[in-house]
Structure formats: C-alpha cells, structure tokens
Design a protein around this ligand. Sequence first.
Ligand code: ADP
Length: 364
Amino acid sequence: MATVTFEHATRSYPRSDRPAVDALDLEIADGEFLVLVGPSGCGKSTSLRMLAGLEEVDSGAIRIGDRDVTDSPPKDRDIAMVFQSYALYPHMTVEQNMGFALKLAGVGKAEIARRVAEAATILDLSDYLQRRPKALSGGQRQRVAMGRAIVRSPQVFLMDEPLSNLDAKLRVQTRTQIAALTRRLGTTTVYVTHDQVEAMTMGDRVAVLKDGLLLQCDTPAVLYERPANVFVAGFIGSPAMNLVTGEVADGGVRVGTSVLPVDRDRLTRASAGTGRVTVGFRPECLEFAGPGDGLSLVVDVVEQLGSDAYLYCTPEGVQAGVGGSGVVVRTEPRQAPVPGETVRLRVRPGALHVFDPVTQARVD
Ligand code: ADP
C-alpha cells in the first residue's frame, strides 16, 4: 500500500494545441479510493495511463510512496490495472487468467494456486475456475478482471471505467462490491469514470477534471454542498443544479418577472464590474412560497416518480426553452401542481450558491 502523488504532471500529445493533462497536482492518501471524473476528453484516462507508465509525462513528476516513478516502466511500478474491456485471454481458463501475471513474474505454482483460490473466494468465482471467459456472464468476467488485479497484491489499483460493459442494474451492484472490496483490502485505488453518480457513490474523494485541468478535488459531500465553480456545480448532482445568470436588481438577481434575493455581500462581489451574477440552486432546495415571495414559475411538465415528483418549469416572463432558462424542482408527489399552472417557489435559506459570471468561481 502506498500514497500516490501527481506533481504538476503534464502530458501534451504531439500535434495538439493544448495539454491533455495540464499541470495536475493531486495527493492520494494510502488506502484512499480516489475517483477521477469529468466529461469525455477531459484527460481522465491520460492521467491514469501516466500513473500506469503507459503514457509519457512531459513535465512534472509522479510518485508512488516515496519512489519517483516518472520514468519507470509499468512493470516496476507495483500497480495493477483493470480495463473497461477486461482484456481476458479467451483461450485460458479463469484460473489461468487470474494467475497469468504471477506466472510471468516467476511465482511458484503452489503460491499461484493459493492466491488465485483466495481471490476466487473473495469474488465468488470458486465454482468457475475451469471455465473460459466466453462461458461467463458479463458480471463474472468483470470479477475475473478484478481477480487478476487482486492476486498481485499491488500497491495501487488503477481502474478505467471497469463497469461500463455491464447493464444498469449490475453496474449498481458491482460498484458497491468494488468499493467495499478495495476498502477491505486497504489498497489505494484510482478509479476513472465519466459517471458522476458512480463517482459520488464510490469515492472517498472525487477529482473533477475539465479540458485537462483539475477543477476541484474533495469529498462527495463538499463537492455537492460547496462546488468551487459553475462547472462542478452543474456536473455533480442529478437532476443538475439550476444555474441562472441575470442582471442585478433590487437586492437580488432578475429571473423573468421575479427577483431572486441574494445577500448584499455576495451580490456585490460576484457582480463587480458586470452588473450580472450567476446563481445556483438544487431542485430539492426549493419550497412553495406565498404571493409576492420567491420566483414565479410556469410549470411545463410534471414527472411523477412515485417517491418524488419533478417539475420542469420556465420562469414567468421568459420564453420557454430559451437559452437553458428552465428550472427543475423536486417536490412531494402529492404536492405537485399540474402543467400550465403558475407556482411561486423560493430557495431554502442557506441553499443558494453564488458565482462570478466572468471567472465562474464560487463566491462565499
Ligand atoms: P478522457 O479519458 O477523459 O475521455 P483522454 O485522457 O482519453 O480523456 O483524452 C484527453 C485528450 O487527449 C482528448 O482531447 C483526446 O482527444 C486526446 N488524446 C487522447 N489520447 C490521445 C492520443 N493517443 N493521441 C492524441 N490525442 C489523444
């Protein structure tokens, strides 16, 4: 087990005008489960591959424990990687697949058998050791791929979208199993996904990347409650946070015919120079308000989910569907209005996020 450190690690692919990973600084604690998340092309896989030694580091450094591995070949890094494709050998049995890396490393037969049997027990694969991959379900193949990593007892697990080939239900089950397993083993894990729900449910901390830049790295709770910028605010959470940019007016921000109140201090700092401000509020942070209070919203669509209802609304005085102006509201299903109704909703105290519309940074 070990810590992992990215120190200003940068990778620029030939013939590209900006780095795929730009001066990444990240310290991952011993035994931590860290998730790299972000939209496609943000640099997640490149970061992981730099740590694996599969991608050059153009500047900066990468350390595993006290060792600088920036220029070490993959085999000397004491890591094990689980790929999206699993990359199982089709002509080998489960047992041979799981033991193959140990065999290459010259580990004795008895020791290989012991470690494979142990991993198979942990992963509930003991009855399948003599099967070939094609005779396994998707979930079992995924577990063999995990088993192949576990038998090596590496210092760090690297996982690149390991659940993306599973159907939705199995993905939910398996993500819980992987998170529990790596914690039980106490192995430092770096996990890549584009799925923010996966990131939030699995990670001790989550690092959000965009365009090769690390935007924020923190616990799921902090990312949700105090996003550092507009991008993280909109990326984390489903349905997404409502984000509105508008003119400052009468102690707040104008949203259609209403004014959403914003405390003077944040309003002044966020709108400096532009007279505009970006505010954010989550769908679950709105409550029904009396006449003259809160936002006046026209309900376009009501989605009944049983446990909750979601209202898709347009602020009164704004043309529906213009410039991402919609507001999503979560309510009690029995409280839900009907489409076409106009409702008044206010943001719960303390639940309003304020951002500078120019820098996109959070203002506290
Ligand atoms: P992610 O894993 O977040 O989808 P990647 O790390 O794969 O992102 O890619 C980051 C950026 O680098 C993207 O713009 C991608 O097009 C580019 N890129 C990735 N691999 C290569 C490569 N081998 N050659 C050139 N550009 C690449």
